[in-house]
Write a protein that binds this ligand. Structure first.
Ligand SMILES: *Cc1c(COP(=O)(O)O)cnc(C)c1O
Length: 462
């Protein structure tokens, strides 16, 4: 399988190179040259197989020559061995026709573990084979960073630097990033918000001298391998509810559009998904864009679902690429306009997006009310992100089509917000109960490219 850039002017790469590179050199994002289709019989045959086996069958057509079948099976097995639930992504029922896909049983209690644990094993395998070394730099609104540090800590051929917005992540998220003692992982608290941290990471990738000097690699949600890992649970959950012989819809708490875009790929692969509902918090640029066609960032308002507090949604570019009929020039153009303040999606592209995506927002009060109400009605304690999803899903149900809402984090990752809403303080799972006693290690940095690059070079040299 070959990978091409959404902006059409970067080298065509194989799976392994696209994974190790992250962002394409023309500023775009990698996508497979064509999307493999699974026949109905192949989808039906996923019923009852292990999560790992389903993961192998769904992802294998995208891998190309990069690994042998046995190698790839081994990578998948190691990736999911540390999960705290045998089903990996269990489905529970909330109401007639409404289901919750629990994606928070991984080592850092958020869905990002599904992708990051796999990427850690993929990188380790590739780098060991080639004898190379890379420097992973990522920006996080909280969950990506903890998942990355957890996935890469102690690996020999990788240094990891995670930039997070100082004071804007939850204590559990921060501690998951600052307490691992391995000296190949570094948590950097940047002055500013998530978009600032993400912009500095993009700047580093566009600084080719720095990029080549340190062997920069990206594992942010722009990395294709992460999107691919997330395609799997759309298949496993839909098949549990009767796909391919019954349509299902999904509601996805959304920030960077990586998770919901994985659903879009699943749909193009032949999974009968009716609607993909994009659920945002009060930072609702995606909902506004899908409603009006106008994409204009206007500043982040901190919320109780901080992993969705963004205004520049990186993976949306991938959806635009398909909406614009795979025209890289058109994508490059709207991304230029974005630099100057925003863009209008063309009428044709907007119609293409609306064929698949619905959208809605959920404000802070409705988020809290949903946590409380769901707890009382079902005994399921939702994290604030998942509550945004459940609230939006309830308004977007269609008779006869089951709705699956993605539960993106464990409530114990956001205990203050959950307790304020429900009166229940969710305990951490046993395996990480001592998190509050572990020693923290963190470096404060200014929101300044040169300062950050200098720090990274110094740390790597030692
Ligand atoms: C990252 C994250 C999201 C948003 O996912 P995207 O792929 O960025 O849209 C939602 N909820 C939680 C808990 C997250 O960590």
């Amino acid at each position: 399988m070959k990978y091409i850039s959404t902006r059409g002017r970067a080298p065509v790469l194989g799976f392994e190179e696209a994974m190790l590179t992250g962002l394409a050199r023309d500023g775009g994002l990698y996508l497979p040259e064509r999307i493999p289709v699974m026949r109905a019989g192949e989808i039906r045959a996923l019923e009852g197989v292990s999560y790992e086996e389903a993961a192998f069958r769904v992802m294998w057509p995208f891998i190309g020559e990069a690994f042998t079948e046995d190698e790839f099976r081994g990578i998948i097995a190691r990736a999911y061995a540390g999960f705290g639930h045998a089903a990996r992504a269990p489905l529970v029922q909330l109401a007639p026709g409404h289901f919750l896909l629990e994606l928070f049983h991984g080592p850092t209690l958020a869905f990002k573990d599904f992708a990051m644990q796999l990427i850690g094993q993929l990188f380790e395998f590739s780098l060991r084979r080639s004898g190379k070394r890379v420097c992973i730099v990522g920006a996080t609104s909280g969950d990506t960073g903890s998942a990355a540090i957890e996935a890469f800590r102690g690996l020999g051929a990788v240094d990891v630097f995670i930039l997070y917005p100082h004071g804007r992540v939850s204590e559990v998220q921060r501690r998951q990033m600052t307490t691992p003692p391995e000296d190949n992982v570094h948590a950097l608290a940047v002055t500013g918000d998530f978009d600032d941290a993400q912009a500095r990471v993009k700047d580093m990738f566009n600084d080719f001298a720095f990029r080549d000097a340190v062997g920069l690699a990206g594992v942010n949600s722009i990395n294709w391998a992460r999107v691919l890992a997330q395609v799997v649970y759309y298949f496993t959950s839909a098949v549990s509810l009767g796909a391919p012989d019954r349509k299902v819809s999904f509601t996805v708490p959304t920030g960077n559009f990586g998770d919901v875009f994985a659903g879009y790929i699943a749909r193009r692969m032949g999974l009968p998904i009716d609607r993909l509902v994009v659920a945002t918090n009060q930072n609702d640029i995606l909902h506004r864009c899908l409603s009006t066609g106008e994409y204009r960032p206007d500043g982040v308002i901190p919320s109780i679902s901080p992993s969705m507090d963004i205004q520049v949604s990186s993976n949306f570019e991938r959806a635009l690429y398909y909406a614009y009929g795979q025209d890289g020039g058109a994508v490059a153009q709207v991304m230029e306009e974005l630099k100057a303040g925003g863009f209008s999606v063309s009428q044709g592209a907007l119609e293409a997006l609306r064929e698949v995506f619905d959208s809605d927002r959920c404000d802070e009060e409705a988020t809290r009310a949903t946590i409380r109400r769901t707890w009382e009605a079902t005994g399921e304690l939702l994290c604030p992100h998942s509550a945004v999803g459940v609230h939006v899903a309830e308004a977007h149900r269609h008779a006869g089509v089951p709705m699956i809402t993605l539960a993106t984090a464990h409530p114990a990752k956001f205990p203050a917000a959950v307790e304020a809403a429900s009166g229940i303080r969710p305990p951490l799972p046993e395996r990480m109960a001592d998190l509050y006693e572990r020693e923290e290690r963190v470096t404060r940095v200014a929101n300044d490219l040169v300062a950050i690059e200098t720090l990274i070079k110094e740390r790597i040299a030692n």
